[in-house]
Design a protein around this ligand. Structure first.
Ligand code: ZN
Length: 161
């Protein structure tokens, strides 16, 4: 069946960084993911548009500008905290729950411990990067009513809860 509104789609994907010189590409991520098709913001809108009408075995490849991927780096999401306030057991490469400048919950990545301070960054690790997104459709089925109510796909490469 083709990918249409309210289908549960599984893709095998690769994400490469598009370097400014356009020649070299660095592999950033690969794997499988499942998303609910039809404007649920489970996946980049440009990728979703490109997949409309495709079927199992079809492939698409797109170059995404920073704005069409994870967006520009937000410097207000970078902060430092004194080492003394740092919860024990959290290491560089780990994550910390906090709040951002607007008082909203925010996950911070622990970037570096530098002398008496810890550097945190709430940006997505791929923020600020232009990306080449390539994928092949591996499964398409009608979504069930629970998935549509939750606005995401369950089971397999989707959500488990
Ligand atoms: Zn759910």
């Amino acid at each position: 069946m083709p990918i249409t509104q309210d289908t549960a789609v599984t893709i095998r994907y690769t994400v490469h960084e598009l370097l400014p010189n356009g020649s070299a590409l660095k592999l950033l991520d690969k794997g499988h993911t499942a998303y609910l098709h039809g404007g649920y913001e489970n996946i980049f809108p440009k990728v979703e548009s490109a997949l409309e009408g495709k079927s199992v075995g079809d492939s698409v490849q797109l170059d995404l500008a920073v704005e069409d991927a994870f967006g520009p780096v937000d410097d207000s999401l970078k902060r430092t905290i004194p080492k003394g306030e740092f919860p024990p057991g959290v290491k560089v490469g780990g994550q910390l729950r906090g709040t951002n400048d607007r008082g909203e919950p925010q996950i911070y990545n622990v970037v570096k411990i530098k002398g008496p301070v810890v550097l945190l960054d709430g940006n997505h690790p791929l923020a600020g990067k232009a990306l080449r997104f390539a994928c092949t459709v591996t499964e398409v089925r009608a979504a069930n009513s629970e998935e549509i109510a939750h606005r995401h796909v369950h089971g397999g490469h989707g959500h488990h809860h």
